[in-house]
Design a protein around this ligand. Structure first.
Ligand code: SF4
Ligand code: SF4
Length: 316
């Protein structure tokens, strides 16, 4: 079916782009703090208050105003903007950033995919998705192949993330020199080992549980998205509920373990739109999910919930 997966493909492209952006920001001095020179790089330039030479000796009203304006623009305003990014995103788009842009979430999804291909379920310790696709386990070679890919993921991704994030504090050129000569300073070793260990543990044990209960950016979007009457969300077309074949595709693809057919506002939904893609695959243009802003879609009734949870819907 044409266009069925376009949302999914668009999301993957944006995730890859943002992951590369986060990894490469320090390389191009877009954002990094150099602990050796104690300089903050912002968009290719060393950040400064932008005060004219000798301005602090100028006791006039004009001099004081200049210092105050520069201080507000260069020291206070950037912090206000930085701290308001996730609340504003949450108010308007719910947890859209988590589902479409978060580099860590993207890596967790990659770990999910490899686990699913190897074990037939997405969680190492859980049972999700609800009906494991046992056909995936039909070939031992298939399991072996994806098992090896999973091992490669664990060997490559955590150290690579460690190197990339250490670049936010130590000049990437210095890190590269040290890696190629094998002569690593304590700071570089600590950065790479610390981040690698964190990524290794979270990729195996925690994954989206971290997104649900720990991540500050996620929690801010969740809170502000929850209280906002206009934020973006996934809407379920209750009027046409009888068209649902109960294929459970929407539940199987949800890596946040949301039951998307239940009442519309689940704080764990990251607006990834995978349930839309799954339902389009099943119902085509009759897909029961869509994006929408605000709360103006009716909640599911108690009998709907019972039907979703325990009964097979009637197919028209
Ligand atoms: S309910 Fe749909 S949009 Fe929300 S997280 Fe699950 S799959 Fe993504
Ligand atoms: S809502 Fe769509 S994807 Fe979900 S069970 Fe029904 S038909 Fe399947």
């Amino acid at each position: 079916m044409r266009g069925t997966k376009s949302l999914h493909i668009a999301r993957r492209l944006i995730q890859i782009g943002f992951l590369l952006f986060i990894f490469l920001m320090p390389v191009f001095d877009i954002l990094r703090y150099d602990t050796a020179t104690k300089e903050l790089y912002l968009f290719g330039e060393v950040w400064s208050l932008g005060l004219k030479d000798g301005i602090l000796l100028d006791q006039s009203m004009g001099g004081a105003t200049h210092v105050a304006v520069q201080f507000f623009l260069k020291a206070i305003l950037p912090w206000i903007i930085l701290l308001s990014i996730f609340p504003v995103l949450g108010l308007l788009l719910g947890r859209f950033f988590c589902g479409w842009m978060c580099p860590e979430g993207a890596l967790f999804e990659l770990a999910d995919f490899l686990t699913f291909k190897t074990l037939g379920r997405r969680d190492i310790f859980g049972k999700h998705p609800p009906t494991p696709d046992t056909t995936l386990l039909s070939s031992k070679w298939n399991m072996l192949f994806y098992g090896l890919l999973s091992a490669m993921f664990l060997l490559i991704v955590p150290p690579l993330t460690g190197i990339a994030l250490t670049g936010y504090f130590i000049a990437p050129k210095t890190i590269w020199q040290q890696i190629t000569t094998g002569d690593l300073t304590f700071g570089v070793k600590a950065g790479i080992i610390g981040v690698s260990t964190y990524m290794f543990v979270t990729s195996i044990l925690v994954r989206h549980t971290f997104c649900k209960y720990v991540c500050a950016a996620g929690l801010m979007q969740m809170l502000f998205g929850w209280i906002s009457p206009v934020s973006l969300g996934i809407k379920f077309d209750r009027e046409n509920f009888s068209k649902c074949t109960d294929c459970k595709g929407c539940e199987k693809v949800c890596f946040m373990n949301v039951k998307p057919r239940l009442p519309k506002k689940d704080i764990n939904c990251v607006n990834c739109g995978e349930c839309i893609t799954a339902c389009k695959k099943e119902l085509g243009d009759d897909c029961l999910f869509s994006y929408g802003f605000g709360d103006n879609v009716a909640q599911n009734t108690a009998s709907d919930k019972k039907q979703i949870l325990f009964e097979k819907p009637i197919v028209q």
